[in-house]
Structure formats: C-alpha cells, structure tokens
Design a binder for this molecule. Sequence first.
Ligand code: NAD
Length: 487
Amino acid sequence: MMTTEIKAFWQNYINGEFVDGGAGRLDVDNPGTGEKLAEQALADARDVDTAVAAARACHESNVLFDMRPVERGRIVRKIGDYLLDHVHEIAPVLTLESGKPLWEARKEIEGAARYFEYYGNQAETLEGRSIPLGAGYFDFTTYEPYGVSGQIIPWNFPLEMTARGIAAALATANTCVVKTPEIDPLSLYYFCKAAEYAGLPPGALNILCGEGTVAGAALSSHSDVNQIVFTGSVPTGVAIASAAAKNVVPCVLELGGKSAAIVHDDADIDNFIKNVRMGIFFNAGQVCSAMSRAIVHQSVNDEVVERLVDVAQNLSVGPGIERTEFGPNMGAMVSEKQCDRAEKICAAAEREGAKAATGGRKMNQPGYFLEPTIMTSVTQDMEIANEEVFGPVISVINFIDDDEAIRLSNATSYGLVGGVFTRDLDRATKVAREMRAGQIFVNEWYGGGVETPFGGYGKSGYGREKGREALMNYVQTKNVAIKLSDR
Ligand code: NAD
C-alpha cells in the first residue's frame, strides 16, 4: 500500500490565527484502512463566539464592502489560484481523510478553485437599478452584504461545498464562519493558507471544526450571524432552519435527494451506461445529486441491467490513494457508520423483494468499502426507492408508459435533480417540464456546471447554489429615494 505522511495535528483558524480548540481534539480516520490518520482541534461554543465576533468586527470595519468590487473579486480569485498551485499537496490529504480516489480529490480541488474564479469574476457585476418616480426624485437600489455568513459543511465534498458558499459570500463582501465536517475536516486548512496568500483581511474567513450538536448548533443559533448556508441531511436542516428562524435569519438549505434517471425505450443505451459510471459510483455514491434510481422502460430492462452489472463488477475498489487516475475504480465510503447504514438499506430492500443483481454487501477487507450495487425488481413503495442510501447503490424500477415514468420519478419527498435519456426531443421536454426537481439533465447526468443554478424542490431544500442565482442569497436590496429640490 502507498503511504503518504501527513501532519499529526491540524488547528482551527480564527481571526487570522491558527488556534487549538476549546473542546480538545478529535481523531480523524483514514476510511481506506480504518486506521487513525491525524488529530483535529475541536471547537466549543466559546470558539464559535470568538469566530463570530471576529467576523462581525471585520464586517463592521467595512474593509471588504468599501473595496472597489474588482479588487475584492481579485482577492477571491487568488484563493482559487492558491488551491490550483497546491493541488498535489492537498489531494492526498483529502483522499486519506475522505476515502475518495486521488483523481477525484484533484477534481474536487479544481472544482473548488472554479468557484473562486466564477464568483471572483462576478464581484463587479452586481448592479442595482434606477426606478423612475417622476420629477423631483432620484431613486436607486443597491445590493449590500448580509454581514456574517455561517456555513455548515457536509463531509461528502468538504472542499467544493465550502468553496461554493464562501466564494459567493466573500465576492459580495460578507464575512464567513465555516463549521467543517467532523469526519474529514483536515484539507480545509488549505483554505486558510489560501486566504492569507490572497490578502484576505483577518476575520473575513474563520474555519473551525466542532461537533454538529455543539459548534454547529452554536453557529446556527448565534444572534450575531446574519445568514446561514447548510448542506446535509433533512433532520439537521430542519434543526438549523428552526434555530435560525428564532433570530429571523435567512437560510439556504441543500438537503439531498433521491434522484431518478428515466431511460426510455429509444435511449442511447451506450450513453446511459457511460453516465452511470459518474452518476452513481463517483465518490462511492455519496453525492446529493447521485443517480440513485434508474426508471427503465420494461422493454430495455434486461439489456440495461446486464450492462449495469458489468460496470459495477468491473470497478476496481480499494484505497483511494492507490487510485490515482480516472478509470473504472472506486474508493471507500467515508465512515463505518455510513457503510453499515448503506448495507442495512440494501438488506432491507432484499427482504422487501428487491434483488441484488450484484453487490449489496460490505467488502471483506480493512476500511469502509461497500460493493458497487445494482438493485433490481425495486418498486417505488420500498424504503430503498425513497431514502437516500448515500452509497454506490442504484435501484432499477421498471415502467411501461411515459406518464408512469414521470409519476415514479416524482414519487419521493425530494426533488433535487432528475434526468431523462431519450432520442425524442418531445419526450425530453415533456419530462423536463413535469419533473419536480431543480435541475434536469437530458442525455447527460451532471450536465451544467458552476455557472448553472442548483438546488431543490420539496424536502431537497430551498435557495439556489451555483450560478448567478446564488449571489442573490448573500445580498439584501436597499432602496434609496432622493427628493430633489424644487429649484
Ligand atoms: P448531517 O446533516 O447530520 O451533518 C452535516 C453537517 O451538519 C456536519 O457538519 C454536522 O456537524 C452538522 N450538524 C449536525 N447536527 C447539527 C446541528 N444540530 N446543528 C448544526 N449543525 C449540525 O449529516 P451526517 O450525519 O453526516 O449524514 C447523515 C445523512 O445525511 C447521510 O446519510 C446523507 O443521506 C445525508 N447527507 C447529505 C449530504 C448532501 O450533500 N445532501 C451531505 C452529507 C450527508
């Protein structure tokens, strides 16, 4: 096995200083081996207070807001430049703490950098408007930052999720307090180094790790936080939004999904199979917008299932650090708990009558690996068709007519993304219109990018990340009406 030495202890970052945590230290494991990897400083509620106070002071100094936006944008872009310049240093850390293959870690870092490029470029484009009020008035609107943005980060893409929120927040002159995930917080350290490199003023970006129910709860209920961004599970989203509501603080919630790809009888099956590779096995399926259900026309079911099994069985599964290049490979799940949970959902599905065409079990090797799994004979009333497995598991559900396919795809409480594979443009546009989801993929799962808005319908949350839309989460509109003299 390849070994990579990393630092034994990683600190939090408050007001431009690296600091220990009031709650001591937390062990971070390597999911590829199950062994301890390093220790992380663990923040308590007082550390959260200190970080919020630093962010508040920086906000009230107006140092970011007073800057010409192009200058602020350049600082934001430089954070991304630093990440790209250090990709080979950061990627092994991210791989070792999260379990993902090294090439996926590099891809995540590049994705994180892209947010800083995109929102850095947007900083000088946010313009108000002038509203005619007749003679004697000049009226205009401006966009102002909320102030302190509290951001609570999930473990599946710690770097990209953090970049997504803080790039837009900083570009619009907010200051940030980021609560990192307990499972894989280490690589967030490089954002602090990047902030220093870019010349971000102290207090503008504070990054600390702490328990969700301690530091996360302290941040989401803090009376000096002005806006909250959260990605993660529905129950935690509800807890955070409830705490924020007590302070009348707006939230952006991105709470996962149970997204479906409809595969029509006229679909290009080669193309669909190619998309499954990334759709469900990327990051071992721990993706909120994963293709976790394939709603397949009965007439092509046998061919599709056979080819899905082939993809799953030909993946080389093992420690991410040894999987350096894109190819048919997959890493570990992030933790034993997540791996056990996914296995349990598969076992329950089999008891309910589904069949594991391949996979469904934990692998007999050190680390937290679940076999790439194709579950067939799934019906929409089963738990596996409604609950996020958050693992490398795709459920195949059959349909006979187009309306049934749409009905099945809309039958969960989520609505994050959805897809349709067909050569018929009329069918595709009908599905795009009728699917209840915030983002629709036609013939390419994950079509779009940082430029395109992303966010859910239903229990998948509210607000939009990415794209121009996301900027509006971070600003409040001010209207200025000027009464001119009658001279
Ligand atoms: P979680 O939602 O509990 O944790 C996500 C983040 O919220 C972490 O940083 C955690 O510390 C924090 N948190 C937890 N409780 C909190 C509280 N009361 N107040 C404030 N912050 C709090 O998710 P999890 O337990 O790590 O995973 C459970 C399930 O959530 C997964 O199986 C998966 O289905 C889902 N999930 C979804 C996403 C996504 O991208 N949509 C990401 C991670 C997890």
